[in-house]
Design a protein around this ligand. Structure first.
Ligand code: ASP
Length: 412
C-alpha cells in the first residue's frame, strides 16, 4: 500500500491541537495532575535530548559556517549584517511593546493588582553590571563553557576556533575534516530527534493547558493579550516587510515554511532547543547553508524580539501596579535596557523573566514585584520564544539574499 506520510509541520500542528483538547479535558475534569505526572515527563525527555545536542550544534554549526565562507571578510560582512538586523528589530520590538502597554494602561485595561504588591514573591539573582557581563562572555576554560552550556561563551569559542582554522590554511585540514564529519553526524542526530517533535509538542501543550488554564482565564488575561498583540504585530510588520524587502520572499511563504520551528518554539519555550528545527526551516526557505549555520546559532543566543516586547509590557504593567507613571526618559531607558537584556537572555525557558530584573532596576522598580506575573510566565514565554525564533529565521533569509546579491555583483 502506498501510504503518504504526513509532513512534519502537519504532524506538529495535529499534535498541538490534540494537546489542547486533552489539556482542556483534563482541566475541566480536574485531572491536571495526570498531565503533570504522566505526559509532561515525555516532553521533558524530548527537551533534554534537544538540550544535549545544543552545544555541539552551535559549536560545530558556527565553525562549519565560518569554514564554508572560507574568507574572514565574508564572515565579517555576514556578522555585521546579522548583528545590525538583530539590534534594529529588537529596538523596534521595544517601541511596539511600549506603545501597546501604554495604550492598554491608558484605557484602564491593566488589572489593578496593587493590593497584591506586598505578597509579590520573587528573589532575583544579582545583576553584576554591564562591564562584568561583557568580561564574562570570554571564557577562561573551554570545557567549563561546554559543561554549563554558556552559549555566549560557546559562540566566542566557535568564532575564535573557526577564524584560527581559516588563518592556519592547509595545516588545519585535519581539523576542518573533523568539523565537517562531526557536523554531519550531529545533523543526522538532529534529524532523528526532530522527528520526535510531535510527542514533545503534544505532551507539553496538554500539560500547559491543564495546569495553567485558570491563569489564562484569570485576571492576567489582558496583560497576556497585550503581549500577544505585540508579538503578532511585530511578526507581521517587521518580519513580513524585511523578508519581502531584502529577500523578495512572500511573507505567507515565509511564515508557512517557518511554522514548524515557530510551533516547536511555542511549546518548548527554548530558542536554543528549537535550533535544529529552525535550521531545517531555513534550509526549506533556501537560505545558504553557511549563512544559516552562522546566523541561527547566534540568533538563538542574542536575538530576542519577543523577550524585548514582554519586558516592556511587563515593566509598564508592574509600574502601573506600583502606581508609578513612567516619564519619557524612563521609557527610553526601558528601550535601551530591554534591548541589552534581551541580548543577554539565554535561549532557554524562563530566562527572559530573570533578565526583566535588569530592566526594572534601571527604572527603579523593586524587582520583587516580578512575583506578580511569575505564575503566568510560561504563557508569556510561549509567544515570546515563538517570535524570537521567527526573527532568527527571518534574519537568515535576509542576510543570505543580501550575500547572494553581493556575490552575483562581484562575479559580473
Ligand atoms: N524562552 C526564551 C527563548 O528561549 C527566552 C525568554 O525567556 O525570553 O527564546
Amino acid at each position: 500500500m502506498n501510504r503518504k506520510k504526513l509532513s512534519l509541520p502537519m504532524r506538529i500542528l495535529i499534535a498541538l491541537v490534540l494537546g489542547v483538547v486533552v489539556g482542556l479535558v483534563c482541566y475541566f475534569t480536574d485531572n491536571a495532575a495526570f498531565t503533570e505526572n504522566w505526559l509532561k515527563p515525555f516532553g521533558d525527555i524530548f527537551v533534554n535530548l534537544l538540550k544535549f545536542i545544543v552545544v555541539p550544534v552551535v559549536l560545530l554549526s558556527m565553525i562549519d559556517g565560518i569554514l564554508s565562507m572560507d574568507d574572514m571578510r565574508k564572515v565579517g560582512s555576514v556578522g555585521i549584517k546579522t548583528v545590525l538586523y538583530f539590534l534594529c528589530t529588537t529596538a523596534v520590538a521595544c517601541v511596539i511593546g511600549l506603545i501597546l502597554a501604554n495604550i492598554f494602561k491608558g484605557a484602564g485595561l491593566f488589572p489593578d493588582l496593587s493590593g497584591q504588591l506586598g505578597s509579590a514573591e520573587y528573589t532575583p539573582s544579582e545583576y553584576a553590571g554591564l562591564m562584568a557581563t561583557i568580561v564574562a562572555i570570554f571564557p577562561t576554560n573551554m570545557w567549563e563553557s561546554f559543561r554549563t552550556a554558556n552559549m555566549l561563551q560557546v559562540i566566542v569559542i566557535a568564532l575564535f576556533l573557526g577564524g584560527a582554522m581559516l588563518a592556519a590554511g592547509e595545516k588545519s585540514k585535519l581539523c576542518r575534516d573533523f568539523v565537517a564529519s562531526a557536523y554531519s553526524v550531529i545533523e543526522r542526530l538532529m534529524h532523528f530527534i526532530i522527528n520526535l517533535a510531535p510527542i514533545g509538542v503534544f505532551t507539553y501543550m496538554a500539560w500547559v493547558v491543564a495546569s495553567q488554564g485558570a491563569e489564562i482565564l484569570g485576571h492576567l488575561a489582558l496583560v497576556l493579550l497585550c503581549a500577544y498583540i505585540g508579538y503578532i504585530a511585530h511578526g507581521l510588520l517587521v518580519y513580513s516587510s524585511t523578508v519581502k524587502l531584502f529577500a523578495g520572499v512572500n511573507p505567507l511563504t515565509f511564515f508557512r515554511k517557518a511554522s514548524p520551528a515557530m510551533l516547536f518554539a511555542f511549546t518548548s519555550t527554548s530558542s536554543a532547543a528549537t535550533l535544529p528545527v529552525s535550521k531545517e526551516c531555513a534550509d526549506d526557505l533556501g537560505v545558504n547553508s553557511d549563512v544559516a549555520s552562522f546566523v541561527l546559532p547566534l540568533g538563538s543566543t542574542i536575538n530576542m524580539d519577543g523577550t524585548a516586547i514582554y519586558q516592556c509590557v511587563a515593566a509598564v504593567f508592574i509600574a502601573s501596579c506600583a502606581n508609578m507613571d513612567l516619564t519619557l526618559s524612563q521609557m527610553v531607558l526601558i528601550v535601551v535596557t530591554a534591548t541589552l537584556a534581551s541580548v543577554g537572555t539565554a535561549g532557554v525557558s524562563g530566562a527572559g523573566m530573570i533578565m526583566l530584573a535588569m530592566v526594572l532596576e534601571a527604572i527603579n522598580i523593586p524587582v520583587a514585584y516580578i512575583g506578580l506575573i511569575v505564575a503566568v510566565d510560561r504563557l508569556f514565554d510561549m509567544g515570546r520564544t515563538c517570535l524570537n525564533v521567527s526573527g532568527d529565521i527571518a534574519c537568515s533569509v535576509c542576510v543570505s539574499a543580501m550575500e547572494r546579491r553581493k556575490e552575483a555583483a562581484r562575479k559580473k
